[in-house]
Write a protein that binds this ligand. Structure first.
Ligand SMILES: C[S@@+](CC[C@H](N)C(=O)[O-])C[C@H]1O[C@@H](n2cnc3c(N)ncnc32)[C@H](O)[C@@H]1O
Length: 332
């Protein structure tokens, strides 16, 4: 672990992704690219460029989730702060925390000397966020954690007061159903009596609206998807030519999730130098790079219950496109 801190400074940063610890990219490539249906997890999109591309996606006309989630926060942030009595906000996959600021504004307005603990795999985002937020909110402590929430949750700092864990952007939809419940169970383990989880979920809706959100007219999402190949080239000395792959977004009506894939335009073999591996792609072969599950209230309630959490509030935007769920431990 690399730790940057001084006792009186409002910022503390810890990194669990240093040399040799990596983002599990090598294992994920060894495992995911040797399957008959190739697959890599979405966390590997997010180097600095990937994080910037995601911020651009959030501004796109087709990408309604960010605006919808923000509308809910605009309406309910004050109430959420009052219900939870939060003294610290722990955010998983914080990114640029653009919407979280609505919540932090409401928290700051109460005068509670809160602590904010953003966790993300993108180092630059965590560092920038810490600097920006301590300037925006004098008196707020920021303890940034550069880490993988699938592997490093137990390294989050011990609680310093009533905790609100925040998991926005519909990122929970990136988990398949069984790992999703397992992960929610681990989040429940971060909560004590009186603590809450605030989680954003994208809702089932017209498949064409969903698909367009992942295949915008300007091609920003396509660039974001192909950024994975740039990451593999840089981090693992691979020789992908991103222009050999088309961006594909499909809605799986049975599972009710969107899949992003990269489709090889021709039969060719890519070398992953750092792993001494050749990976063959057939013409038209697809590699899955993300699933983004869509939810109903019944599905979320069942997932939370199976993970030891009770739904306390279900808040939606005026057009019912997105929901924010507030939950707490069933045994608390
Ligand atoms: C869909 S974006 C959401 C960003 C932000 N929370 C929002 O609502 O706009 C997912 C975020 O989670 C981060 N992320 C994805 N997988 C992660 C993992 N396994 N561990 C930590 N952060 C992760 C990404 O870097 C990115 O910032």
């Amino acid at each position: 672990m690399d730790s940057t801190a001084s006792p009186d400074a409002p910022i503390r940063i810890e990194s669990f992704l240093g040399e040799g610890k990596g983002r599990s990219l090598a294992e994920d490539v060894r495992e995911g690219l040797t399957r008959s249906f190739k697959e890599l997890p979405p966390k590997h999109f997010y180097d600095t460029r990937g994080a910037e591309l995601f911020e651009r996606i959030c501004e796109l006309p087709e990408y309604y989730p960010t605006r919808a989630e923000r509308a809910i926060l605009d309406e309910f942030a004050g109430e959420l702060v009052a219900i939870t009595g939060a003294e610290e906000v722990v955010e998983l996959g914080a990114g640029a925390a653009t919407k979280t600021r609505v919540l932090l504004d409401a928290l700051h307005a109460t005068g509670v000397p809160a602590r904010y603990v953003p966790m993300d795999v993108t180092e630059s985002m965590v560092r920038e966020l810490a600097t920006e937020l301590t300037e925006t909110y004098p008196g707020m402590q920021v303890h940034g954690v550069i880490g993988d929430f699938e592997r490093h949750l137990e390294y989050l700092p011990p609680s310093e007061g009533k905790r609100l864990v925040v998991f926005l952007g519909g990122t929970i939809g990136n988990f398949a159903p069984a790992p999703r419940r397992e992960f929610l169970g681990k989040i429940a383990g971060l909560l004590q009596s009186g603590d809450h989880l605030l989680m954003g979920v994208d809702l089932v809706k017209d498949p064409e609206v969903l698909r367009a959100a992942y295949d915008d007219a300007q091609g920003v999402t396509a660039e974001f998807n192909r950024n994975l190949l740039h990451v593999l080239n840089r981090e693992l000395d691979a020789d992908f030519d991103p222009s050999d792959f088309d961006h594909v977004a499909v809605f799986d009506a049975e599972q009710e999730w969107i899949e992003m894939r990269l489709r090889s335009r021709r039969a060719h073999t890519v070398t992953v130098g750092a792993l001494g591996m050749g990976v063959h792609f057939g013409a038209g072969e697809e590699m899955r790079t993300e699933i983004s599950a869509k939810f109903t209230q019944a599905r979320v309630t069942a997932d939370l219950a199976a993970s030891g959490l009770d739904l306390v509030r279900w808040l939606t935007d005026p057009e019912d496109r997105f929901a924010l769920t507030l939950s707490r431990r069933s045994d608390a």
